[in-house]
Design a protein around this ligand. Structure first.
Ligand SMILES: Cc1cc2nc3c(=O)[nH]c(=O)nc-3n(C[C@H](O)[C@H](O)[C@H](O)COP(=O)(O)O)c2cc1C
Length: 171
């Protein structure tokens, strides 16, 4: 798949088949996140890949909108350091956002669906994943083969119009 097709094929996938993701494909998808750029190349991330059904089910209770992740082949928890420095915390969050998108695009390129979910209950996530106290889960990314329809470029993505969001030279 070329880059543009991966960008337009990626969509929020919330239902998955039972098929597991071949290990080589899963590792490639995770490489997409690992190779992502970050401020000063700090790479303020760790990725916990959950395959165990019991763990996935427990983790999916960490946010009311995360229930669908229990049905994914794998759930990747994007783990970020807790920082008292607000600027650093924001930068870290931005970096993890980039890594999450890069992971999602590599997944799309491989025909694997991805779905983001927030993680509200950090105590639960810390317990399920065995995280140290100085880390938290910035986002959960469910991975698996889409149950509804395969990933294909979407012509009319539900987005604000180009002329509304793009400002040339000044607002
Ligand atoms: C930071 C972030 C958090 C999100 N959290 C959730 C979530 O908790 N549950 C969910 O079902 N979708 C979640 N989404 C998915 C968005 O709702 C979805 O990406 C958006 O509606 C655009 O749809 P698309 O990804 O199919 O283009 C999240 C997306 C982002 C970027």
């Amino acid at each position: 798949m070329d880059t543009w097709d991966a960008i337009t094929s990626r969509r929020q996938v919330r239902s998955f088949t039972d098929e597991s993701i071949p290990e080589a494909v899963l590792r490639l998808i995770l490489e997409g996140a690992r190779l992502s750029p970050s401020g000063s190349n700090r790479q303020p991330w760790d990725f916990v890949v959950v395959s165990d059904q019991d763990q996935k089910t427990r983790l999916s209770a960490a946010w009311q909108g995360a229930g669908f992740t229990a049905g994914a082949a794998n759930v990747v928890a994007f783990v970020q350091p807790i920082s008292d420095d607000e600027r650093m915390a924001l930068m870290n969050r931005f970096d993890l956002g980039q890594a999450a998108l890069q992971l999602a695009l590599v997944a799309a390129d491989q025909g694997v669906g991805s779905g983001l979910a927030a993680c509200r209950d950090q105590d639960l996530a810390r317990e399920v994943l065995g995280l140290p106290q100085d880390r938290f889960v910035a986002i959960l990314v469910a991975l698996g083969f889409p149950a509804d329809r395969p990933l294909k470029p979407i012509k009319n993505l539900d987005r604000r119009p180009f002329d509304e969001v793009v400002h040339f030279d000044s607002w």
